[in-house]
Ligand binder design. Structure first.
Ligand SMILES: [Zn+2]
Length: 109
């Protein structure tokens, strides 16, 4: 497990990884919300969308475990840096938001 991250905000890291995992699986935000709800973590699609954009409150441990459960990945896969975005290599042009990873600018490293 890494102790340093290129993300200063753990919630941002978790939902950025979750977004990439979701897109790899071809799941909509609605499908992820439904799966989280089935896993005992009732979640609305709008909450998934807002979390991925970094608008919501800090990720809870409950949510972290629910995400790991529905994606069938270890917690580390969500809390770590994850792979660089295939689309923008984690460096979208200034002023643009990557439509794959959702980053808007250089993450702090
Ligand atoms: Zn990207």
């Amino acid at each position: 497990m890494t102790t340093t991250s290129r993300f200063t905000d753990p919630t941002k890291a978790v939902f950025r990884n979750a977004r990439l995992l979701r897109l790899q699986r071809g799941w909509t935000a609605q499908k992820l919300a439904d799966l989280l709800t089935e896993a005992g973590r009732p979640t609305a699609r709008s909450v998934v969308a807002k979390q991925e954009k970094g608008f919501k409150q800090a990720v809870t441990v409950d949510m972290l475990f629910a995400l790991a459960h529905v994606f069938e990945v270890p917690i580390d896969a969500l809390t770590g840096d994850g792979p660089l975005c295939q689309n923008c290599n984690d460096t979208p042009p200034a002023g643009y938001q990557c439509n794959l990873c959702g980053l808007t600018s250089h993450p702090s490293r």
